[in-house]
Every structure is written in C-alpha cells, then in structure tokens.
Design a protein around this ligand. Structure first.
Ligand SMILES: NC(=O)c1ccc[n+]([C@@H]2O[C@H](COP(=O)([O-])OP(=O)(O)OC[C@H]3O[C@@H](n4cnc5c(N)ncnc54)[C@H](O)[C@@H]3O)[C@@H](O)[C@H]2O)c1
Length: 310
C-alpha cells in the first residue's frame, strides 16, 4: 500500500516505518523535523512539513492508500498549560487532515489515540474500550474529540479508520531526554549516571508495551477491514500493569550500572492506574504482544548504550 506516516520521524513513527517496509509497503514520511537518532532511509520518501500547513498536507495525502496520524504538539502533562493551543494545533488541524483524506479517497486512517488519558481515573481495571471517558487533561480531551470526528467522517463520508488507544510504549528510538516515557528517561538517567526521578511514591501503575509489539498492532489496524457495525477503536497495550517501583527493580536486573532513585511530589495529571483490557485487539485484530518486559528492557538498554551517553 502507498502509506503516509505523519509524524513518522518520532519515536513510534521510526519504528512503524521499519515495520511497514518489512511488510512490503511503500512509505512516505511527513514530519516537521528529521529523525533524532536514525539516518534517512533510501527506500523512504521524506517530506518536511507541518500538519498546520494545509497546502503541504493536501500534497502529501494525494494518492495515498493508508495515512497514519502520529503527529501531536502536546503531551498529557503540559496540555493543560494551554488548552487553546492543544485544540488548535491538534484537533482543528486533524479535522482538516480528515477533509483531505476524504477528498483524496484514502482507504484507511490510523490514528494514535491515548489509552492512558481518554478514560481519566479508571473505575475498573483492566480498562475496556467502553469504560466511561472522562479525561483529566486537555490532551485526553482532544484525542477523544478526534476519535469522534473519525467516527463522523466514517459514518457520513465512508472514510475508514482505526483509533488505537495506545498505553505506554517503550523501546528503541525513545528519546531519553524527553518529558514523556518513563522507561526511556530512566535508562537515559542510568546511562548518564544521574539519579532517576520519580513523581510521587512510585506506586503509580502503567501498562508498558514494547514498541515493536505496539507498531505491529498499528499495521494490523491498517490491514483490518471492518464491516458496518464492527469496532474501530482498540486498546493497544501489554494488558498488564507495573508500578514505577517495579520498573526500577526490573531495570536493576538489566543495566550494568548503579541505579539511584529520587522521589519528588506527585503530579496532578497522573492517574493512579492505567492497565488496558486488550481482549478486543486480540480477538478482532488477531494481534497480541509478544515481548516480555525483561526482554524489552534488555533491548532498550542495549539501544540506549549505543547512543554513547555513558
Ligand atoms: N510515546 C507515548 O508514550 C505515547 C503514548 C500514547 C500515544 N502517543 C501518541 O503517539 C503519537 C506519536 O508519539 P511519539 O511518542 O512517537 O512522539 P514523538 O514526539 O517522538 O514523535 C512525534 C513526531 O511528530 C512530529 N510532529 C509533531 N507535530 C507536528 C506537526 N504539527 N506537523 C508535522 N509533524 C509534527 C514531530 O516532529 C515528531 O517527529 C502521538 O500522537 C502521541 O500523542 C504516544
């Protein structure tokens, strides 16, 4: 398939591009920045552009079969600082993208939503897709609103989509200096011989999924051909939870350097627990995660070591 990956030079995007190429797809990346850690590939077309530039998006979408939408300008923990910016740069520009996809007769849009924020504070764990949705950050609200527009475009204009409510991916290409992604940041801290900082008491539980497992779900989502009343929203996670303290203990088994931990006050945007119920993805997409936490941490550590931070 002719595939456009918007935000394809980021953490998830670079892994997704590799997976798509392995499956024999033709890939074009649209991103405002080059990849931080990977050289451009000869077999990929790279377009430099911004989702907010409608002319650039119009050109990029033309002739594409699949469009993966991974570009996002905000993070859960910063989105409440400026919700207007979140709405303008993510919601409005995504609806514009959907117009372009509809007009260009794109066969499938795969949108990366957020399993960690759309539900808000869970009433039930693991969380199924039909759990009440009450986000406590603007990021979660815009992700959810985009899901609703995807539904609208599918229902009214037949634009096919899948929204993947992704949990907490980790692994190769995850920026160890980012504000997001505990495992990547922790590994970067260890490599640079700095203490790991944990907000709160470390008992916050998350559903950590190894990145290659996550992108294989995204490819399955693109291949999926739903009937009229079939689900189009899927939780994508490992389906099991680990606290930050458990992650630190697991890291100690993998890294060959000392691990020091510093605790600081908790943040208001962090929900106490997120563990996703992935039964729907298993049964409908025929997908399941394959890589254990220990294997994933080992691979992530080898990659962080290759960055020569040590
Ligand atoms: N990493 C996570 O923990 C996580 C969890 C759930 C969902 N997600 C979602 O997955 C998607 C990808 O996340 P990631 O971790 O790879 O992020 P990332 O920051 O590593 O990559 C995002 C890429 O999008 C590009 N981008 C951002 N805004 C753009 C714009 N307006 N125009 C063009 N390019 C733009 C950036 O340059 C970057 O290369 C995002 O939508 C994010 O919200 C991420």
């Amino acid at each position: 398939m002719k595939t456009l990956v918007i935000g394809g030079n980021g953490f998830i995007g670079t892994n997704l591009v590799e997976s798509l190429l392995q499956e024999g797809h033709e890939v074009c990346v649209f991103d405002r920045y080059p990849s931080r850690y990977k050289e451009p590939r000869q077999d990929v077309q790279y377009l430099v552009g911004d989702l907010g530039n409608h002319g650039e998006v119009h050109e990029a979408v033309k002739g594409m079969d699949w469009v993966f939408h991974l570009a996002y300008t905000t993070l859960p923990q910063t989105s409440n600082d400026d919700p207007v910016y979140d709405v303008r740069s993510n919601l409005t520009d995504t609806v514009q993208l959907l117009q372009e996809c509809r007009d260009s007769q794109v066969k499938k849009v795969v949108f990366i939503s957020s399993g960690g924020t759309v539900y808000g504070i869970p009433k039930q764990v693991p969380i199924p897709e039909d759990h009440p949705q009450q986000p406590i950050c603007s990021y979660g609200i815009t992700k959810l609103a985009i899901e609703k527009y995807l539904y609208l475009y599918q229902r009214i204009w037949g634009l096919e989509y899948v929204a993947a409510r992704l949990s907490n991916p980790y692994g190769e290409q995850q920026n160890p200096h980012s504000k997001q992604g505990a495992i990547g940041v922790f590994l970067g801290n260890v490599a640079e011989r700095k203490p790991i900082t944990i907000w709160g008491d470390g008992e916050v539980v998350r559903d950590y999924i190894y990145i290659k497992d996550a992108v294989s779900a995204l490819v399955k989502a693109a291949e999926y051909q739903p009937g009229p009343d079939c689900p189009r929203v899927f939780n994508i996670g490992a389906g099991c939870g680990h606290s930050l303290n458990q992650i630190v203990e697991a890291l100690k088994q993998v890294v060959d350097l000392p691990v020091e931990v510093k605790y600081t006050p908790a943040r208001p945007v962090d929900v106490p627990t997120t563990v996703l119920d992935i039964t729907r993805a298993r049964t409908v997409l025929g997908w399941s995660p394959k890589v254990s936490l220990n294997q994933g941490l080992e691979r992530s550590w080898q990659w962080v070591k290759s960055l020569s931070l040590i």
